[in-house]
Design a protein around this ligand. Structure first.
Ligand SMILES: C[S@@+](CC[C@H](N)C(=O)[O-])C[C@H]1O[C@@H](n2cnc3c(N)ncnc32)[C@H](O)[C@@H]1O
Length: 490
């Protein structure tokens, strides 16, 4: 069975992906373990070669929310519904620490290029006063530079902004809004513990439209407790009616230690069965495709040209990215690094960064300072070896409709791995879950494929991409990716 994937890759892997949730293990492996991040002060010597693409993307975690949603296990700080966010010292102090982290991050001049994408994720970044967001953007700009046409995204929740506030964000350069709607039914919003109701959802959509935001996304969650097919269809219809340029559809992940984790068991009432979840996934795929959206990634749909450039960085061939802020992940030069998820530890991490006591050793180990040893308790880093890199590339590429580029894969990891992968997926081409394509992205049909797979030279010359079909292959993504892992590690 399968399950849709929720995995925004931002915090751990900067945004928990949402795979079809058949088996959550693989999905969690990405989401909860960062894709490769970086120890900010790390030496550049790693087990993989230095990245050909210096990081041009930055994820910034702004962890404040009014309250914690019942499904949420992200590193957030709940401010309470009555807090005056404009002068809240918790926000001011956090932005100060975040700014210090950016400034203290060591970047080799040769690796410093202007940022092409910036993503403010949370939490609820739209709770943060614009003047504080402005100061963060200024620091980013003076440290790295910002491309004139940089995509600057911000997650915003209904009920946390009005036209005036949104216009201020736009004036600062925010040009992509990601609206966390989740559902269009008051009872579902309430049972999820959302801090807003359905009226604020409609109001937020209205504000985004009236402020002329031309590039905006809506987040929806399927498989919520008590969610019926009729409710899901209504949410999709109202989403389409609102005309966002991008839609993210996440299948509910019931995380341990959340209220939902305590109350519910996946697959058992009031949660839908796996079969019902798969129907939700298919319904989203069909309705959004019919409405003119491209299903360009397992949980992402967009109108042409409105793919999220920032998220594409995560999925595209192991590209590097910075992560700043509580719990955020980065990936630089083949090194993954996740910052501490607890505020106190994150603050001491930044202090250590400023003091220069978080240095990694040249051999890929970490130095033995006491500060760093403490840090290791709360943060994770991980030098990515070649096998892991090969798995990361498969896992990330197969999330996308573009699929795995076999030619670059052969160059990076060798021809025998490509042959193994092509053979392991052969039965799934016959069942329609995996599609083999030539250089012009034309599908190689069954009879022809049979012959090509018998001849290594033809494989090399004729097979250019493998992708998962939509929706059947995407729905089976966890199993299919696990198969690839088996082939890579054997
Ligand atoms: C970091 S969250 C965005 C936070 C934003 N304040 C919000 O909740 O709207 C990014 C998106 O991940 C999705 N999400 C978070 N936790 C999830 C879970 N346990 N299962 C499925 N989707 C989840 C939601 O759709 C959310 O909008």
């Amino acid at each position: 069975m399968l399950r849709s994937t929720f995995t925004p890759i931002f915090t751990t892997f900067p945004a928990k992906p949402i795979f079809p949730k058949l088996s959550l293990s693989t999905c969690n492996a990405i989401a909860q373990t960062p894709p490769p991040p970086v120890r900010q002060n790390a030496s550049t010597k790693t087990t993989t070669s230095k990245t050909p693409h210096p990081p041009a993307s930055a994820y910034l975690h702004l962890p404040f929310c009014r309250k914690r949603c019942h499904y949420c296990d992200f590193p957030i700080l709940a401010l309470g519904s009555s807090a005056q966010v404009d002068n809240d010292p918790r926000i001011v102090n956090y932005i100060d620490v975040l700014s210090r982290e950016i400034v203290a991050t060591q970047v080799e001049m040769s690796q410093c290029v202007p940022l092409k994408t910036v993503f403010f994720g949370g939490g609820t970044p739209s709770l943060v006063p614009p003047k504080l967001v402005s100061s963060v953007l200024e620091i980013l700009s003076s440290k790295f530079g910002l491309c004139a046409d940089a995509e600057i995204s911000m997650e915003m929740d209904p009920g946390t902004f009005d036209s005036k506030k949104l216009k201020e964000f736009i004036d600062l350069g925010v040009n992509r809004v990601s609206l966390g709607v989740q559902a269009f039914q008051q009872e579902l919003l309430k049972s999820c513990g959302r801090a807003h109701g359905i009226d604020e959802v409609h109001e937020a959509i209205e504000i985004v439209g009236s402020c002329g935001v031309g590039n905006w996304s809506m987040d929806l969650i399927s498989s919520l407790p008590h969610q019926t097919p009729e409710m899901w269809e209504e949410s999709l219809q109202l989403t389409i009616k609102a005309q966002p340029t991008h839609v993210s559809v996440y299948d509910l992940q019931v995380e341990q230690d959340t209220k939902f984790g305590v109350l519910y068991t996946p697959g058992e009432f009031p949660l839908p069965s796996d079969i019902q979840s798969a129907k939700f996934y298919r319904m989203a795929s069909k309705m959004l495709l019919d409405a003119g959206y491209n299903h360009y990634e397992i949980s992402s749909y967009s109108k042409s040209g409105f793919e999220c450039k920032h998220n594409l960085t995560y999925w595209d061939n192991n590209k590097s990215f910075y992560g700043f802020g509580l719990g955020s992940a980065s990936y630089i030069d083949g090194v993954r690094f996740s910052r501490p998820k607890k505020l106190k530890e994150y603050m001491s991490y930044v202090q250590d960064l400023e003091d220069g006591t978080t240095e990694s050793c040249e051999d890929g180990g970490v130095d033995s300072t006491e500060a760093l040893m403490d840090l290791e308790l709360e943060s994770e880093d991980d030098y990515v070896d070649s096998n892991e890199a090969a798995m990361d590339v498969v896992m990330l590429s197969l999330r996308t409709s573009k699929g795995l580029n076999l030619r670059s894969y052969r160059e990076a990891f060798g021809g025998s791995l490509v042959i193994s992968l092509c053979n392991v997926y052969k039965p799934y081409a016959a069942s329609g879950h995996v599609v083999y394509m030539d250089q012009d992205r034309r599908e190689i049909v069954a009879d022809e494929l049979e012959k090509v797979l018998l001849d290594e030279q033809r494989m090399e010359e004729e097979l250019a991409y493998i992708r998962l079909s939509d929706p059947d292959g995407f729905l089976l993504s966890n199993e299919l990716i696990s198969l690839a892992f088996g082939a890579i590690s054997s």
